[in-house]
Design a binder for this molecule. Structure first.
Ligand SMILES: Cc1cc2nc3c(=O)[nH]c(=O)nc-3n(C[C@H](O)[C@H](O)[C@H](O)COP(=O)(O)OP(=O)(O)OC[C@H]3O[C@@H](n4cnc5c(N)ncnc54)[C@H](O)[C@@H]3O)c2cc1C
Length: 535
């Protein structure tokens, strides 16, 4: 270990969705010195920035941690891939770019648990602060913020037919699911600017990179937090095989994400004694909730064969692809600007629920093997429902005291009856869509799971066999004041000083939508709290 540790006011661990926001906002005050540590490298891979490159970075170890779940009986002991960004921008550099805030009741629920300052009315200003919404002057959206939120550049006749069909079935055409109402169908809003990905590295970190009070260290893997008694004093990290130490005069902030923030706490002796002792780690501070309360969205995909060659399956091959590459190079248009889900649906599986409990990700493309993601040779479309507020709870705990060993991820997807029933209901709504006009005029047949899968039990069995994460792990360092809470509503780790967690892991419950925008909001709010406290 270096004998002379570098000193900063704040050390932020992880340059992901949250970490890049913090690095920017905290260094707005030139008197404050910040070290941002990132285990991954620079975001120089071109596939990060071309939207359709999402499909490539999903399997790229240079920018992706490529975790897998542990065998889990509810999903037939299949290892389920858990991709996570390992690069500047973190998961915002490899995600699907869908800009979704969730439902106002999600945040009101957080406030109802006793988290002061986290109701919808409290957090809306932070969503707006981060945002530059193109072509909108809605009271729900921001203008001039660092994060660019655009409409999807391209539309498509098959996807237009989805929205029209949904409208015919009674689901409204909703021009802004991030506005007054979430229910309905339409095209997703995306974190893109001029046809390129707007990650938090691009939106928040790059504009702050030249500030003399910000030091960004890439390829720097945090190994543990250092303490003086109960006060966090710094971080020990690995840089190219050399152990280094940095000190934080004010605070250490963990923004390593829902998988690795609990891992770092456990490696540092903070967590459940049974877990720590099993791996020979001395208990510095007992905190039962570390790594518990894990929640994630679980998606399964219906595929329909389309009766004409108008889908991405054909357009991403041969001469068509050459034309599209040219179109993108010249004007940043065409299919290379598409994301994984293009049209959304937020629906209620039962009339009695107070807000949508199923979200659809719909695209005019299909693949049989979700792991390989090679498009089918025949024209196809995919309709993917997920249950928005899963009741299943899992855990993430270290498997050893080695900071380079991936933790054990146990989501327990579909372990609760509500989750299974809601997913089956979502699949049935997907089926209704493809069998109603005008969409039905394009559909030759449902190929996955196919007509043999008819009863609820068969649909659930299909979901168990083929479903996957929608990449939204949260909750493993949850905010609250109950015995399982890890951080307070100020995001300070209970029972310790000088230590906060600021990332998706603090969500007490999963929001009703994708998690990038909510994580950015959390970091915006945390930066304000930290500034106010240390002013
Ligand atoms: C493939 C994929 C698709 C997604 N699609 C969408 C979408 O379309 N829309 C949406 O809203 N959300 C999406 N999400 C989810 C969203 O991107 C995440 O919820 C969000 O980025 C989480 O932010 P975070 O700051 O908590 O963690 P991350 O952004 O993952 O950042 C954590 C950072 O910490 C670093 N780190 C971890 N451990 C260490 C360590 N020991 N030392 C130093 N650094 C460390 C990591 O390398 C990473 O850069 C997707 C996620 C993935 C992976």
């Amino acid at each position: 270990m270096s004998s002379q540790a570098d000193s900063y006011d704040y050390i932020v661990v992880g340059a992901g969705s949250a970490g890049c926001v913090l690095a920017n906002r905290l260094t707005e005050d030139p008197s404050v010195r910040v070290l941002l540590l990132e285990a991954g490298g620079k975001d120089s891979n071109p596939w990060i920035h071309i939207p359709v490159g999402f499909a490539k970075t999903m399997a790229m170890p240079s920018v992706n941690w490529l975790f897998d779940t542990e065998p889990d009986p509810y999903t037939y002991n299949r290892p389920i891939p858990i991709p996570r960004g390992r690069v500047l921008g973190g998961s915002s550099s490899i995600n699907g770019m869908l800009y979704v805030r969730g439902h106002r009741l999600d945040y009101d629920g957080w406030a109802q648990f006793g988290n002061r300052g986290w109701s919808y009315d409290d957090v809306l200003p932070y969503f707006k602060k981060s945002e530059n919404r193109e072509n909108s002057n809605s009271e729900f959206h921001g203008a001039g913020g660092p994060l660019n939120v655009a409409d999807m550049i391209e539309s498509h006749e098959l996807l237009d037919a989805v929205v029209e069909t949904a409208e015919g079935l009674g689901y409204p055409r909703n021009p802004d699911y991030n506005g007054a109402e979430q229910d309905g169908f339409g095209y997703y809003q995306v974190t893109q600017k001029d046809g390129r990905r707007n990650s938090t590295a691009v939106a928040f970190l790059n504009p702050a990179r030249n500030r003399p009070n910000l030091h960004v260290e890439t390829d720097a893997h945090a190994k543990r937090i250092t303490f003086d008694g109960t006060r966090a004093t710094g971080i020990v990290y690995d840089k190219a095989g050399v152990e280094k130490e940095a000190r934080a005069g004010l605070e250490v902030v963990l923004s390593a994400g829902a998988v690795q923030s609990p891992q770092l706490l456990e490696l540092s002796g903070v967590g459940r004694p049974d877990v720590l002792e099993q791996h020979g780690i001395d208990v510095r501070h007992e905190l039962a909730g570390v790594g518990r309360n894990y929640q994630d969205h679980y998606i399964c995909r219906l595929v329909a064969r389309i009766n004409r060659p108008i889908t991405l399956n054909e357009q991403t091959r041969g001469l068509s692809m050459v034309k599209e590459a040219f179109k993108y190079a010249v004007g940043r248009r065409g299919i290379l600007t598409f994301t994984a889900g293009i049209v959304y649906g937020f629906v209620r599986s039962r009339p009695e629920v107070a807000s949508p409990d199923v979200q659809f990700h719909i695209a005019h493309a299909s693949f049989k093997d979700p792991k390989k993601r090679i498009f089918d040779r025949e024209p196809g479309m995919t309709i993917g429902p997920c249950q928005l507020r899963p009741e299943s709870r899992g855990s993430i705990h270290i498997k050893s005291a080695d900071p380079f060993e991936a933790p054990a991820i146990r989501p327990n997807f579909l372990s609760e009856e509500t989750d299974r029933a809601t997913l089956a209901a979502g699949m049935r709504i997907g089926r209704k869509l493809i069998s109603a006009a005008p969409l039905s005029q394009y559909v030759e047949a449902e190929t996955v799971p196919g007509p043999d899968c008819a009863t609820d039990d068969e649909l659930i069995d299909f979901a168990r066999q083929t479903g996957a994460t929608l990449y939204h792990p949260v909750g493993t360092c949850k905010m609250g004041s109950d015995p399982m809470a890890v951080v307070s509503d100020q995001l300070k780790v209970h029972g310790l000083e000088g230590l906060r967690v600021v990332d998706a892991s603090i969500m007490p419950t999963l929001v009703s939508g994708n998690t990038n925008a909510p994580t950015i909001m959390i970091a915006e709010k945390a930066a304000d709290m930290m500034k106010a406290e240390h002013r």
